[in-house]
Structure formats: structure tokens, C-alpha cells
Design a protein around this ligand. Sequence first.
Ligand code: NAD
Length: 356
Amino acid sequence: MSTSTRVGIIGAGAIAMHGHIPGIKKHPHGSVVAVCDTNKDRANALAASNGISTVYTNWRDIIADPNVDAVTVALPNALHAEVSIAALKAGKHVLCEKPLAMTVAQGEEMVATAHKEGRVLAINMSNRPRAEVQYMKAKVAEGKIGKISYAQGRMIRRAGIPGFGSWFTRKELSGGGALLDIGVHMLDMVLYSLGNPKVSAIRGEVQAVHGPQRRGLGGWGSDRVMDGTFDVDDLASLHLRLADGGLVTIEVTWAIYAQNEERIQLIGDQGGFDYYPTLYGSEKPLRFYSDDNGSPIETIPTIPRIDAAHNLVYAGYIDAIRGTGSVVASGDDGLAILRLLEATYRSASEKREVSL
Ligand SMILES: NC(=O)c1ccc[n+]([C@@H]2O[C@H](COP(=O)([O-])OP(=O)(O)OC[C@H]3O[C@@H](n4cnc5c(N)ncnc54)[C@H](O)[C@@H]3O)[C@@H](O)[C@H]2O)c1
């Protein structure tokens, strides 16, 4: 391997520009050597603004490039499995965007291929590295809140639909709407903070209220089709039974008649955390609730600031490739969450609780 881990980016869209390129560049041993997008102008623009010399328009060419050690798959969800599997088979390490794939069967093939080829397969669960999430996870593991009784995660967007007809809103290209796009983050953040307890059953509901009426447009997405297909959910509500008796509820919306909100509550029999995360930092300080000799107490812990999320994701990924560290989230982690997302859709369509 060369002294630098040479990464090729597949998909030159919004997250490549805002998350992946800065994350790779921040690593002392990371460099972006090639970019690929079917939209040649977009690929050229991203390459030019970041000093990237090689541009491809066919992903098969970038995974065949011997100067590329690892690829980032930042493509519409429908392409995650096919491109990641081909890249792994070509000997590349892969950091795939979330959700890992559109189906559990695809995700299982990705994970099996990575194991067989002996390559790193990571998934970009870019909310795990938040300072508050890391703090809560460590404290829950120490027993600070005791036995988990209840946890709740909400990611409520008043108007956040990424176009009406972009790949995000077409089921054949995305696999699902708000649940797969942002539910994946909130579900993962809550379960990860709790130490990934075993989930024994799920009851899920999904709705599409605003999207079909062309309301609730947000700012995200590179190809902002305004009059195309919207056949995915814009709201999801999940109730998870934990094997040891706790309950987790997750609610996410792309659009709703309510104010924006992001909140995580982790409640045990000895204490509880209440965290209002935002995408770009903490709006309100994380609070810890407990009792002191029978009197209610509320404290605001001091949480050390850490690096930006994508910098930490790439710190783990590139270090894992180089054998000096470990990924923030592995393909197996992505698969575990995908199983829960798929079970949620099954529960919603069959209108019953699904046992796992
Ligand atoms: N981790 C996060 O917080 C986060 C945030 C946003 C998006 N994402 C994920 O990142 C992925 C990309 O999302 P985005 O917001 O950047 O979307 P985007 O639409 O902005 O970018 C996707 C890019 O892929 C290109 N593309 C489509 N088909 C292609 C093909 N066959 N070959 C090469 N390029 C092709 C498109 O032209 C586009 O430039 C999705 O899986 C999404 O869920 C993750």
C-alpha cells in the first residue's frame, strides 16, 4: 500500500461534497484520488474544487483503477449493494452510505463478500461520533442509568422532503422514505447509545401525508425534481420491545405540521438522559436526571468537544484499512439496523407486531 490511503468517491452529490471529501482530507494518511458520477459536470466540478485529478462517469472504471485503494459509495440507495459488492470483489475497501442497502438480503451479501475478500466494509453512520452520543453510550455502559426501561428518539422535520421525484422519493431507487433516510440515523443513535440491546419485537407504522400533496419541501438533494413520483413514506413511528423488557420508541418525519425537533431520552431505573441534538451541534445541553437520597436532581454534565462527525468516521475507516484502528460502524452494524428497518416496513404493511 502507498503511504497514503487513496480513496475514490462514487457519487459526487451533496454528501460527497459536504461530508466525505472533508473527512478524507482531514486524515493525515487519506487522499481523494478519483471521483465518479454519471453527471459529468458535477463530477468535474467536485474534482476541480478539490484538486482531484481523475474523473470517471462509469463506476466500473473507478473500481478497476489500480491507483484506488478504497471507495466511498455515496450513491442512491438502490446502487449501494451492487457497487459495494463489485468494489469488494475488485479488492477495494468500501465505506458505504446509509442505509447499507435496500433489503436485508442485499446487505447480507455485502457483509459476506467483505468477509470473504478480507476487505473493510464500513457504513457511514455519521451520527454515532457526536460527543453527546459517545458520552451517553459510555455512561449507560457504566450503569449510570441502571436497567433500561424506556428510550425515545425523535427526528421531526417540519419541511424536509428532498424534492418530489428525486431518487429519494422513488421507492425503486431509495427503498423507502423518511424511515430509511433519517429513521436509520435515529434508530441507530438510540440503540448504539444503549449498547445495542437485543430487540425482540417491532410494531411500526408509516404514512405519506405531505409528499403526495407536494408539501414540505426541504433543502437537500442534488436533483430536485418537483413534479415526479412520490411513493415512499414521509412519517414513521416504531415501537421496539427489548428482549430484557425495555421499550424504545422512534418517530421521524420528513414533513409534518409541527416544529422541528431532535431529541433522545434514555431512561433507566436509576437515572435518565435527555438530549436535544441538532444536525450541527447541541441546541440545549444534555441533562441527567436522577435522585439524591430521595430528592430529584438534574445535572448538566460537562462533555468534551470532539472532532466533526465525518472526520471521525474517516479516522476510523482509514485507520482500520491501515490496521491501526477500527471503524465507527461496520457493515454488520449497518445490517443489524437494516433488519429492524425491514421489519418495521413489514409490520406496517401487515398491521401487526413482528417478532425478531
Ligand atoms: N450519512 C448521512 O448523514 C447522509 C446524508 C445525506 C445522504 N446520505 C446518503 O448518501 C447517499 C447519497 O445521497 P446524496 O444526498 O449525496 O444524494 P445526491 O442525489 O445529492 O447524490 C447522488 C449522486 O449519485 C449520482 N449517481 C446516480 N447514479 C449513478 C451511477 N449509476 N453512477 C455514478 N453516479 C451516479 C448522481 O448523479 C448524484 O450526483 C444516499 O445513500 C444517502 O442516503 C447520507
